[in-house]
Design a protein around this ligand. Structure first.
Ligand SMILES: [Ca+2]
Ligand SMILES: [Ca+2]
Ligand SMILES: [Ca+2]
Ligand SMILES: [Ca+2]
Length: 353
């Protein structure tokens, strides 16, 4: 049941490294009540015509219906994406959803305004990233039926199609070689092989993880600028990290029903281990510099959507509530933000970066 990759992790596991790690604390975490029930949502919609318009006629006027196969040149001036560094440099993550039934991205910009952009079709999975390295996130989808990636490169306003992966592969785009450009990559459940098409370093296929249980959670855990291979194993609550500089690490953090929500919650440049527990809505965060904290934010029907929404360099705790399309964000910089209504129960929320 351990990853079969050679090297540091195997030695660590042989030495009992995983078992030596701490389990989650049993103490009662700080409780923070979710604000904003139905009445507040109605108020939010009244006050905010932008949020309201996703449900109205304005939506139809703004949505582009381009399919990925078509030339997407008309989109060039419109394309923004969650996590994009805004022109004013505020660096706040945007609120965004992907509507699989129509292949439409609905983007609500932190700096104001919104777009509805057709990019993808039924069954596609959103895989946004900065594939061309121009500092702007590119819209992109992975099509499981054919294994084709459709990437709209913002720097040149051109479509890039790459056949990379198979139907049951999980897309895991990240910057594995640290050149500032997102790399196309898939994780293959069962074999645990990562097929990485690195933008500078080329192709490689390391094995890290196994079975159908492991969930890939690539991120830069050691802060060297390169995304690290990583899997979360729900059955044991263990994170297996293959850090590009710091080496292999196995840590117990979470349990079988938790959702892994890695992010840089303390803003030190290293991704922190974190899990969201749906049964209680508690976030358990093991921050690399700031240490452990637990925050109650959300409930069992919510989807965690961590991201840096206030632009202070630290990941914020946030949830998307499918039942009414509300986003509840707890800014790391303090203060409160009213819930934003954006999306519906059939939409896939796009994580802010
Ligand atoms: Ca890269
Ligand atoms: Ca790294
Ligand atoms: Ca950190
Ligand atoms: Ca933040």
């Amino acid at each position: 049941m351990t990853p079969t990759a050679p090297g540091a992790l195997a030695a660590l596991l042989a030495a009992g490294g995983a078992a030596a790690q701490p389990a989650l604390p049993a103490s009662e975490p700080q409780r923070v009540e979710i604000k904003g029930e139905a009445a507040n949502d109605a108020e939010q919609r009244r006050r905010d015509p932008v949020a309201k318009s996703i449900y109205g006629r304005e939506e139809l006027d703004r949505v582009h219906h381009d399919e990925p196969e078509r030339e997407p040149e008309s989109l060039a001036s419109d394309v923004h994406c969650p996590g994009e560094r805004q022109a004013d440099g505020d660096g706040r993550a945007d609120t965004a959803v992907f509507r699989e039934s129509t292949g439409t991205w609905y983007l609500l910009y932190a700096a104001g305004g919104w777009s509805g952009i057709g990019w993808g079709t039924v069954g596609d999975r959103p895989v946004p990233g900065d594939y061309d390295g121009d500092g702007r996130i590119d819209l992109a989808v992975f099509r499981p039926s054919t294994g084709v990636w459709f990437i709209f490169r913002s720097a040149t306003a051109t479509l890039q199609t790459v056949q990379w992966g198979a139907t049951f592969d999980r897309p895991v785009p990240a910057d594995y070689d640290g050149d500032g450009r997102t790399d196309i990559a898939v994780y293959r459940p069962g074999s645990g092989v990562w097929y990485i098409l690195a933008s500078s370093a080329g192709f490689r296929a390391p094995q890290w993880g196994n079975g159908t249980d492991d969930r890939p959670v690539p991120a830069d855990y050691d802060g060297d600028g390169r995304a690290d291979l990583a899997v979360y194993r729900p059955s044991t609550g263990t994170w297996y990290l293959a850090q590009s500089t710091a080496g292999g690490l196995a840590l117990n953090w979470g349990n079988s029903t938790d959702t892994p929500v890695p992010g840089d919650y303390d803003g030190d440049g290293r991704t922190d281990l974190a899990v969201y527990r749906p049964s209680s809505g508690v976030w358990y965060i093991l921050a690399s510099s700031a240490g452990f904290r637990a925050t109650q934010w959300g409930n069992s029907a919510d989807t965690p959507v961590p991201g840096d929404y206030d632009g202070d360099g630290r990941t914020d705790v946030a949830i998307f509530r499918p039942s009414d399309g509300s986003w509840y964000i707890a800014p790391s910089g303090g203060g409160t933000t009213p819930p934003v209504t954006w999306g519906n129960s059939a939409d896939t929320p796009i994580l802010g970066r």
